[in-house]
Design a protein around this ligand. Structure first.
Ligand code: SF4
Length: 616
């Protein structure tokens, strides 16, 4: 097998309680790199079209990349893959921490689950051996308790990916959690894991990942760390929380369920700034061997109104914005608490914050009342009510049950015109970057195989040397450069490196290509990486098309600026997501109206079998 990979995958049939090993094909490894590339390739071939994403025929995967667990900077990632119960199309969710590297140290590049268990189980993998174990005592426990109990049983060197109560109770905004503060949050794959009655994957391993030239690889790592620039220091100090003030000032951050402007409606936004978060931080924290370590553990808060323990993780920008500015909540302690609640229940903080914003606006407009909320007054900016409702959502209690499947489903249940306050794209809540004035987000949110993703699309965190020159202020002429960025982004994601390390660690994109070449021994170029990224984009998109989905995904009017905002730095702006996506799709050779990849393009990328399915 190629260097960088372990060369083996596990297939676990939860219905039959059977576990099989399978060799990872070497060509498939190079053609798809791992992560959602490998995941999409496998699911397109092995999962039938039209399966119920929560049914026994659905395949759920935990997949690492070729650089996960290696000397490449930021090689900490794994990706959960499956059919999304939120969109009905392709689903994936990326997480850092230690789980990805440990799966490889245990001997495997990926684990795929099929079937459904009749009782709660967890998979225990120990250095090349795997067994399904009874999880009855873990069922009902939160994600922290689950991780602690599995460590108590199997040793401190066990890494755990698990669901909390939200995944167990099939909340469609449930995440897969690890390291008590890292989440594979999007696409509703925590619910898919819950539907299979799979509580956790516990992993122990100390095998070595084969590398083309270990000495050269270690030297390269030292060289790349020495070359890291000042942006990495900023991320080490503040993490993504350091972006919050700027996002409020530029009107990028959501405010009042995307209807307001932080500089007008949310005057105390600096209460949540990176410096304020840092004051409450006890220590820094990083994913496996990360040279940046952008995370943090907070000082315990045992006496205040919003109490949390010494295990609470530092909130990320997305969490601060979705539970802060978006709800007009300027109480930082409450947001650390909300982050902690979501980490314990296993909820995606982006979706959870959006669900609360939807509930607050429905209450404000009189669509729901105290009768619906069990007597709870839901007022903008009231941290106590927000914390209470978030806990109710985690437990699926009362009105919390209505919003626990996301805003699209909640609006369907509530009706009464609430749909226009449900800020989602194809069922996925919109993350905390405003595409009015951020056209690259509009292309990413509406045009990518997974809707409403700030981490996908092509003009995000990329180091110098990745993108061609183009006019970033223009609404036209973005299609071709966006394609370059999108395909490179998809490729590096598939390798298992962190996007923050790519954007803020590597000084030049060539260093990343050097890392990949050194570790694998491949004679690889940026051009091959773009082609590989394009292949991965096409197969993820083909999965959507086969499931009957069409893109660009439908966008909420408010988020397009219809009507335009009347206040703030982005007042008067509208975004034409269809025109932006049309340019991107032309560059990709995808149909502008449906997003269907052309037959010629699929053939050119070596996806002839996919072309035969899409063009029978
Ligand atoms: S930069 Fe942050 S999220 Fe990325 S690998 Fe490092 S610690 Fe994890």
């Amino acid at each position: 097998m190629a260097h960088g990979f372990m060369g083996k995958m596990l297939w676990v049939d939860l219905s039959k309680k059977q576990i099989k090993e399978e060799v990872l094909d070497e060509k498939m490894g190079r053609d798809f790199l791992g992560g959602y590339g490998l995941g999409a390739r496998i699911l397109f071939s092995r999962q039938k079209a039209g399966v119920d994403p929560m049914g026994p025929e659905a395949v759920l995967g935990l997949v690492t990349g070729v650089l996960t667990g290696t000397d490449a900077l930021g090689g900490s990632r794994y990706v959960m893959v499956g059919k999304s119960p939120r969109t009905g199309g392709w689903g994936d969710a990326n997480s850092g921490g230690n789980v990805g590297p440990y799966l490889k140290f245990a001997g495997y590049d990926a684990v795929f689950f099929t079937g459904k268990s009749d009782k709660p189980v967890y998979l225990f993998i120990d250095n090349g051996k795997a067994e399904l174990k009874d999880a009855a005592r873990l069922w009902g426990k939160d994600s922290f308790e689950t991780q602690d109990m599995l460590r108590a049983e199997h040793g401190k060197d066990v890494e755990v990916a698990c669901i909390g109560p939200s995944g167990e109770n099939l909340s469609l905004i449930a995440a897969v959690m690890n390291n008590k503060g890292r989440a594979a949050g999007r696409s509703g794959l925590g619910a898919v894991m819950g539907s299979k009655k799979l509580k956790a994957i516990a992993i122990k391993g100390n095998m070595k990942i084969p590398v083309a030239d270990p000495a050269k690889s270690a030297e390269m790592r030292k060289k790349h760390i020495a070359a890291m620039g000042p942006r990495s220091n900023f991320m080490r100090d503040f993490g993504t929380a350091g972006l919050f003030n700027m996002a409020c000032e530029s009107d990028d951050a959501p405010c009042k369920n995307w209807a307001g402007a932080a500089v007008i409606d949310y005057p105390n936004y600096k209460n949540l700034g990176g410096d304020k978060v840092l004051e409450k931080r006890q220590r820094g924290w990083g994913c496996w061997h990360c040279p940046i370590a952008c995370g943090g553990i907070m000082k315990p808060n045992a006496a205040g109104e919003f109490q949390y323990s010494a295990e609470a993780h530092k909130p990320e920008y997305e969490t601060l914005a979705m539970f802060g500015s978006n709800l007009l909540n300027d109480n930082l302690d409450s947001i650390v608490k909300l982050n902690d609640i979501c980490n314990r229940y296993g909820l995606d903080t982006i979706s959870a914050g959006a669900c609360i914003a939807f509930a607050l606006e429905c209450y404000d407009k009189g669509i729901i009342t105290k009768k619906d909320t069990g007597g709870l007054e839901l007022k903008w900016g009231d941290p106590k009510a927000i914390v209470t409702m978030t806990e109710m959502m985690g437990k699926r209690e009362g009105f919390g049950d209505i919003i626990a499947d996301g805003v699209m489903m909640a609006a369907r249940k509530i009706g009464k015109g609430s749909e226009k306050f449900a800020m989602h794209i194809a069922g996925e809540e919109v993350p905390a970057h405003d595409s009015r004035g951020g056209p690259h987000f509009a292309i990413g949110y509406a045009g990518e195989p997974t809707p409403a993703r700030h981490t996908q699309g092509g003009e995000g965190p990329l180091p110098p040397g990745a993108l061609p020159e183009y006019n970033r202020g223009s609404m036209v002429g973005r299609g071709a450069p966006h394609k370059v960025g999108a395909t490179l982004t998809v490729a590096y994601n598939a390798t298992g490196v962190c996007m923050i390390v790519i954007g803020d660690g590597y000084g030049h994109f060539d260093q990343f290509v050097e890392a990949l070449a050194t570790i694998t021994g491949w004679d690889i170029t940026k051009e091959e990486l773009m082609k590989t990224g394009e292949r991965i984009e096409n197969i993820r998109q083909a999965f959507n098309i086969r499931e009957g989905q069409k893109t660009p995904w439908k966008y909420p009017d408010r988020m397009l600026g219809i009507p335009p905002k009347q206040v703030g730095p982005r007042q008067g702006l509208t975004v034409d997501e269809k025109a932006l996506c049309a340019e991107y799709y032309q560059a990709m050779d995808w149909d502008v109206k449906t997003g269907k990849p052309s037959q010629k393009k699929l053939q050119e990328l070596g996806l002839g079998d996919v072309a035969r399915v899409l063009y029978p």
